[in-house]
Design a protein around this ligand. Structure first.
Ligand code: HEM
Length: 512
């Protein structure tokens, strides 16, 4: 058997699947979408760069539901809020699975990972329980001092190397998550575990890249022996599997060793391995804790980096917004000569509104994560078959001018309650959409919000952020570029960050 034989086998399998779909008696049509090719469907039309923008513009042609077919895989994009709420929230029992990839789940062994586990698997509920307990508002309040200490370190970094904003933000996100998850203190920019996990991120992306592996289109190929010509994917799968299982285990084993020495820092891992109710943790529970711990860095690091980077950019564009938030911070803190604390956050409505507006203006995960149907469904006289991969276009929802007038303007005031207006005219809270939907909704939302608010409050207490200037002090206008991926980032952030005053410098110096 050689590679060309495998390819023809693959093409036959796709064709058979297509014929089955075409001639099976589907009572209702699929939702509208761009016309595709016979064999490959809409493969050639999949937008490669910032797909959320293309999907938003397709909505004007095809409506709020856009259907596509990639080989034999149905895909549905939900471009407006009503179908997202009707399907992903209201029918979440049906819409909370994840797409299955033979390469990633079966061959690389990631079927039990939190992000990819099937919603029908008994472990799914266990994971959700562990994550909710470990990241709940109560648990988050237990991490207040960790978030505050890392915000001060971020401030000191910005003071010492103000040009390296992106590096400081990345360091902060990694350090907070590693401490929260394992009690591990990140050491410098070349931290061993952070590097290992970042590499795992890259490997995971390769292994799970949609359409990259023929075995995903023809699952039977998984049974061909490793030594067969064309079975390169199987050898890669072994390498990926080994590396990813090492990266899951290494920091977890370190945390367990610390726990045994009794000299450990409280963390998500330690709290679950030593539960409050004193029950003994069996091997099955320990394995679930390990998978949940491994998910926190994946879920929490890149997302926080994206939001904080967008915050710096927004502040450089909107100095008035910055001044209003600083006035509020000064009124609360300057008489006490201190930096903000987590306990202050409820008294900082402008900081809270900035976080909401960052999540709306520059959605961190513009298409969220793919959901998948566990059974056939019908909606608005359309058929949505079992196994369809469904994306909510969060970017389109956040930029819908009907809900958010002047959507491209960064305007946190839209979330400051106005007593002169009725509650009906209020703009919806973007936190309801930024963190996903249904049974898969982000379990780290509360922690993320707390850490973002505290970081932003600390930064605005200490610094003024403005557009970068040239040697003669003239502002430089620059176009930002956004990355394409599950999370999106500004790739070329440029801004000036300056200490606001000698008092601000003194606040940081207290810790030096
Ligand atoms: C601004 C910050 C964040 C944003 C915007 C965000 C957004 C999201 C989104 C859109 C999803 C997919 C939900 C769905 O499938 O419908 C998700 C899932 C998830 N997030 Fe977050 N997230 C953030 C921070 C965090 C943090 C700090 C953590 C952990 C400490 C975390 C852990 C997770 C986990 C474990 C999942 C997977 C849930 C599952 O598949 O069942 N996230 N997040």
């Amino acid at each position: 058997m050689d590679a060309s034989f495998l390819l023809s086998g693959a093409a036959c399998a796709v064709l058979l699947a297509l014929l089955y779909h075409r001639f099976s008696r589907t009572r209702l049509p699929y939702p509208p979408g761009p016309p595709g090719k016979l064999l490959t469907g809409n493969w050639h039309q999949l937008p490669q760069v910032q797909p959320w923008l293309a999907y938003t513009s397709w909505a004007t042609q095809y409506g709020p539901l856009v259907h596509m077919r990639i080989l034999n895989q149905h895909m549905l994009i939900l471009n407006t809020l009503p179908p997202v709420l009707d399907l992903l929230d209201a029918r979440s029992a049906l819409y909370s699975d994840r797409p299955f990839s033979t390469m990633y789940h079966a061959l690389v062994g990631r079927a039990m990972a939190v992000f990819s586990i099937s919603s029908l698997h008994p472990r799914f509920r266990r994971y959700r329980r562990l994550l909710h307990t470990g990241l709940s508002p109560r648990a988050t309040s237990g991490y207040a001092s960790l978030i505050e200490a890392e915000a001060r370190t971020l401030g000191a970094g910005l003071r010492d190397r103000p040009r390296d904003v992106a590096a400081h933000v990345r360091r902060n996100a990694g350090a907070v998550i590693m401490k929260l998850t394992y009690g591990w203190t990140v050491q410098g920019d070349e931290d061993y575990f952070v590097k290992l996990i970042e590499e795992a991120f890259v490997v995971g992306k390769k292994a799970n890249a949609m359409g990259a592996w023929m075995v995903d289109a023809v699952p039977a190929m998984r049974h061909i022996p490793d030594w067969f010509p064309g079975a390169y994917f199987k050898r890669r799968a072994h390498e990926f599997r080994e590396f990813l299982s090492l990266t899951d285990s290494a920091p977890f084993e370190w945390a367990k060793t610390q726990l045994a020495t009794e000299k450990y820092t409280e963390s998500f891992t330690s709290r679950h391995l030593r539960p409050e109710d004193g029950h003994s943790v069996d091997a099955e529970e320990e394995d679930a804790i390990k998978w949940c711990s491994a998910a926190l860095y994946v879920g929490g690091a890149d997302t926080t980096v994206s939001a904080l980077t967008s915050f710096f950019y927004a502040m450089s564009l909107y100095p008035d917004v910055q001044k209003r938030a600083q006035a509020e911070l000064d009124a609360l803190l300057s008489s006490e000569h201190r930096l903000p604390r987590v306990a202050d956050l409820p008294y900082l409505p402008h900081t809270q509104a900035i976080v909401k507006e960052v999540l709306r203006w520059a959605p961190v995960a513009p298409l969220g994560l793919p959901h998948c149907l566990t059974d056939n469904d019908t909606y608005m006289d359309y058929s949505i078959p079992k196994g369809t991969v469904v994306f909510a276009n969060i970017w389109a929802i956040m930029h819908d001018p009907e809900r958010y007038p002047d959507p491209f303007r960064f305007d946190p005031e839209r979330f400051i309650p106005d007593p002169s207006k009725s509650a009906i005219s209020e703009q919806p809270d973007p936190r309801k959409f930024a963190f996903g939907f249904g049974r898969r909704i982000c379990p780290g939302a509360h922690f993320a919000e707390t850490s973002l608010q505290l970081n932003i409050a600390t930064i605005l207490t200490l610094f003024d952020i403005s557009k970068p200037t040239d040697d003669e002090g003239r502002e430089i206008e620059s176009e930002v570029e956004w990355s394409t991926g599950v999370t999106t980032h500004i790739l070329n952030l440029a801004c000036d960050v300056k200490l606001r005053s000698p008092e601000a410098a003194a606040l940081l110096a207290q810790d030096d």
